[in-house]
Design a binder for this molecule. Structure first.
Ligand code: NAD
Ligand SMILES: N[C@@H](CC=O)C(=O)O
Length: 491
């Protein structure tokens, strides 16, 4: 990996605890592979339980000084970190493409996206206002102060190896909290490059730590430690449920960004070509391994056939291959199990009556690649409808009226994001209000960014990241009552 970077020191093969690059005391190491080629990119140590506790010790030790800084002083340090991400954008994108597989242009976009959360929260940290409460108690002044919650454990997935960390870490750090990041084992190198840049930016030792190890063990240690006050997790609903349970013993604050099963609704008034092109864009980014991916494409029956034709035509123009090649649109899936799962979802749909319109797996350029698939006639019994497929598998079905499509769209345990394509304002408003989703995007594939409250309802999560609410996940509200002030206190 280092020979592909202009700054080889961004490629780190150690954990980062208390400002030091750390080996595992037990000597255990794991290889990390390039999903496109299978080549070993490097190795990471697995830390022992005592080393995970030491990371919490380090965060505990660093907390008082960090919280004592003024918000504008923390802002300066975070902005220095932001500047370094920008200056090293190309190397960070290369690391990401190598370990995650996404095309370089998408990786560059994620670095930009990830960095934007640092800048946003650096500024938001200066606006963690408390309030003045008109007193109901004679001669007293009442109000609130916002204070950092304490140590935050951040557990993140492999599909967005950088932005899922910065969206949490920058909010926590701006609020005055130290963080312990446990990245996905598939994509540790982006997290470690972030640590290298945090160190260069002057973030003090113990404030940004990256621990590595066996996922279930590390997560359990962090959940069980009562010094850790917040757990913020992004990943599957299955693991989210487990962590929620594990946090019950220490009554931690928990923030969960979980799976999605986004409906993409196309109204009868839409130009089928315009809608189909948008649906392709909403489906295939990161090879479908995106919590916002359009999983169930619900098209009004009057334009269904035209839509399918345009979708197939647009899909056939997508190039699948190694993300380092500039003409590639879809990289590999993260590993072989993901390919097997995608194949099972397609087989299940076909065996239950769906039609395979396009998607020939014999064309796949390597074992971890999955050619984009278009299925029509998908129904609620099929896995492609029920599960988050997290693969380039698009399932289309026709509907006849708005009430029916609302019922279809809400027929899932997930509630992260939904897309609506129509220009009829009454339909827009009806769908917007009736869809049981945390985010609804109307006539736009792009919906995320630092200013928005990102998050889901139902079993897609708890809490919001980004926007003005993201920093609240790391703040406590302290109420105060100043009594016996005399009549000057007023109300
Ligand atoms: N809502 C969002 O913002 C958002 C964003 C990105 C990804 N996701 C979701 O993430 C999922 C894909 O990511 P993934 O496959 O990395 O998810 P995952 O749940 O398998 O893993 C997420 C993290 O949890 C760790 N982990 C895995 N098993 C664990 C266990 N038994 N105990 C404790 N920790 C464990 C992993 O090492 C990783 O760090 C999808 O469901 C996707 O929708 C959601
Ligand atoms: N695209 C999402 C990540 C989901 O997998 C985001 O913007 O946060």
């Amino acid at each position: 990996m280092s020979n592909k970077l202009s700054d080889p020191r961004l490629f780190r093969q150690h954990a980062y605890v208390d400002g030091k690059w750390t080996y595992g005391d037990g000597g255990r190491e794991e290889a990390v592979n390039d999903p496109a080629t299978g080549e070993v990119l490097g190795h990471i140590p697995w830390l022992e339980a005592d080393q995970i506790r030491s990371a919490v010790d380090a965060a505990e030790k660093a907390f008082p000084q960090w919280r004592a800084l003024r918000a504008d002083e923390r802002c300066e340090r975070l902005l220095a970190w932001y500047d370094l991400l920008q200056a090293n954008r190309e190397d960070l994108a290369t690391i990401m493409t190598l370990e995650q597989g996404k095309p370089l242009s998408d990786a560059r976009g994620e670095v930009e996206y990830g960095a934007s959360f640092i800048r946003w929260f650096a500024e938001e940290g200066k606006r963690t206002f408390g309030e003045t409460i008109p007193s109901h108690i004679p001669n007293a002044a009442l109000g609130t102060i916002k204070e950092p919650v304490g140590i935050a454990a951040l557990i993140t997935p492999w599909n967005f190896p950088l932005a899922m960390i910065t969206r949490k870490a920058a909010a926590a750090m701006a609020a005055g909290c130290p963080v312990i990041v446990k990245p996905a084992g598939e994509t540790p190198f982006s997290a470690l490059a972030l640590a290298e840049l945090a160190e260069r930016a002057g973030i003090p030792a113990g404030i940004f730590n990256v621990v590595l190890g066996e996922a279930a063990q590390v997560s359990k240690l962090l959940c069980d430690d009562e010094r850790v006050k917040v757990l913020s997790f992004t990943g599957s609903t299955r693991v989210g449920r487990l962590l929620l349970e594990q946090c019950a013993n220490t009554v931690k604050r928990v923030s969960l960004e979980l799976g999605g099963n986004a409906p993409f609704i196309v109204g009868p008034d839409m130009d089928p070509k315009e809608a189909a092109y948008a649906a392709v864009a909403a489906k295939f980014q990161t090879a479908g391994q995106d919590c916002l991916a359009a999983n169930r494409i619900l098209v009004h029956e009057s334009i269904h056939d035209d839509f399918v034709e345009h979708f197939a035509e647009r899909m056939s123009a997508l190039t699948v291959g190694n993300g380092l090649n500039s003409e590639v649109d879809l990289g590999p899936l993260i590993h072989g199990q993901a390919v097997d799962k995608a194949a099972q979802i397609v087989d299940d749909a076909i065996s239950q009556g769906a039609t395979l319109v396009a998607g020939d797996q014999s064309q796949a350029p390597g074992p971890n690649f999955f050619m984009p698939v278009l299925l029509t006639g998908v129904t609620p019994k099929m896995k492609v409808w029920r599960e988050e497929n997290f693969a380039p598998v698009a399932g289309v079905t026709a509907y006849s009226d708005d009430d029916q499509v609302i019922e279809m769209a809400n027929d899932t345990e997930y509630g992260l994001a939904a897309y609506v394509y129509t220009h009829d304002i009454r339909r827009i408003w009806k769908l917007l209000r009736a869809l049981e989703y945390g985010m609804v995007s109307v006539n736009s594939v792009k919906m995320t960014g630092p200013p928005i409250p990102f998050g889901g309802v139902k079993q897609s999560g708890l809490g919001r990241e980004g926007g003005t609410s993201g920093i609240e996940e790391y703040l406590e509200t302290k109420y105060y009552c100043l009594g016996s002030l005399g009549s000057v206190s007023g109300s």
